[in-house]
Design a protein around this ligand. Sequence first.
Ligand code: MN
Length: 158
Amino acid sequence: MKGSKGTLKGYRKRRDFSQTPEPKGRPVNAGKKRFVIHEHHARRRHWDLRLEIGGVLRSWAVPKGPPESPGVKRLAVQTEDHPVDYIDFEGVIPEGNYGAGTVEIWDTGGLELLEEKEAKELKFTLDGKRLNGTYYLLKLSSGKIPGDKNWLLFKAKG
Ligand code: MN
């Protein structure tokens, strides 16, 4: 399935493209879908999971890294949608800029979105070098706290 449409307003608002080597990007929705996980050596190291859905990369910061086996649940904090061409980005975001630090691709590959429920539940398969199989992202607290961005990321059994 295609998934609901994303936006790049939040992404562009946070960045000065005369300063950062990151792509400005535009929404694109064609061809096979992909995912990427960036290892981001920012002030605190984390992993950014990005899924190509609705013409953008839906993004979550995973402080402890993505689970490689079932039974492990990880906090995933939703961040702003990124442009699809961010999928190939690696480099150094200069000091003083949003997300300053080194960005490296930790894994990338094919993505198939299986289900999207009311922007609070995603089911998808990853076909990467490190991560393979069906995964879930579930939004926590079902919207009781306005602006709450916390999700759980885990791998399906079997
Ligand atoms: Mn990050």
